[in-house]
Design a binder for this molecule. Structure first.
Ligand code: IPE
Ligand code: IPE
Ligand code: MG
Length: 269
């Protein structure tokens, strides 16, 4: 896969210098992002928190465009956690309205950049009008073969695992599942992320150094990159820098450097 270097950054710019250090053969296949800090970004400007989320949506656009041009296989974005329902009703409502707006304004760009839209998380609790937008986004982009964009909505890792265990017990009581049939591959196939590689790189913005219930199973061997930059300020330079740092890490997967196949993740199921 060739990197569209000129499409990402003009020669001579600081981001181009970072980009030129990035090796196409060692790119992460899957990058997951905890997009945090929208509220603090707004508060620092004396703006309502919602304006921070709006600015955050712009950062999503930039990030997806860069991901497409780098040729990243999968991007997973934590947009709304199962715990985020605890926020004031007004903010929650604004977040779902923004998601609809984002889909409306971005579907053409998704097609143009060959991005495929998907979701992870429990959509049952979402408003039917939101689900309609999600269905449309999935439908319109279903034949796109470039970067797969998974938006995590009403998602949490524990909730996802709970749903898997429930499904297993249901199958077992119907005689469809024996204990020996459950192994790591079986579990991976029943997660919302079934069929996709585990994240190689997990990025969290805003300076918080925690996972906040994101992709608990899948990040077993992900490289984690924390940055103090608030999500609305996360641009091409920050994304490229995270990838550059990632490429300097020595991923051992519990073995020794020599035994790890190049670019390979042996725990992958
Ligand atoms: C992340 O930004 C976006 C969502 C959780 C939806 P926050 O809204 O958490 O921003 P901070 O952490 O309050 O700054
Ligand atoms: C994590 O951010 C969830 C998303 C980015 C959607 P939060 O702001 O909800 O996480 P905590 O509360 O700081 O752990
Ligand atoms: Mg936050």
């Amino acid at each position: 896969m060739m990197i569209d270097r000129d499409g990402i950054a003009r020669p001579g710019t600081p981001e181009r210098r970072i980009l030129d250090e990035i090796r196409p053969e060692g790119l992460p296949r899957h990058v997951a992002m905890i997009m945090d800090g929208n509220g603090r970004w707004a508060e620092a400007r004396n703006l309502p928190r919602v304006q921070g989320h709006r600015a955050g949506a712009q950062a999503v656009r930039t990030t997806l465009e860069t991901a497409a041009r780098l040729g990243i296989e999968v991007i997973t974005l934590y947009a709304f956690s199962t715990e985020n329902w605890k926020r004031p009703k007004l903010e929650v409502r604004a977040l779902w309205a923004l998601l609809k707006e984002f889909i409306d304004s971005q579907l053409d760009t998704f097609k143009k950049n060959n991005l495929r839209f998907q979701t992870i998380g429990d959509l049952e609790r979402l408003d039917p009008s939101v689900r309609k937008y999600l269905d449309r986004a999935r439908h319109v982009t279903r034949d796109c073969t470039g970067t797969l964009v998974q938006i995590a909505l009403n998602y949490s890792g524990r909730h996802e695992l709970t749903r898997v265990i429930r499904a297993a017990v249901t199958d077992a009581t119907q005689g469809l599942l024996e204990p020996e049939m459950i192994d790591e591959a079986w579990i991976a196939q029943h997660l919302d992320t079934a069929g996709r590689p585990d994240p190689d790189l997990l990025i969290r913005t805003s300076g918080e150094q925690r996972i906040s219930n994101f992709l608990l199973w899948q990040i077993a061997y992900s490289e984690i990159y924390f940055t103090k930059v608030l999500w609305p300020d996360f641009g091409t330079t920050e994304f490229l820098e995270a990838i550059r740092v990632y490429q300097q890490r020595d991923r051992r997967f519990g073995g020794l450097t020599d035994t790890v196949p190049p670019g390979g993740n042996p725990v992958q199921t």
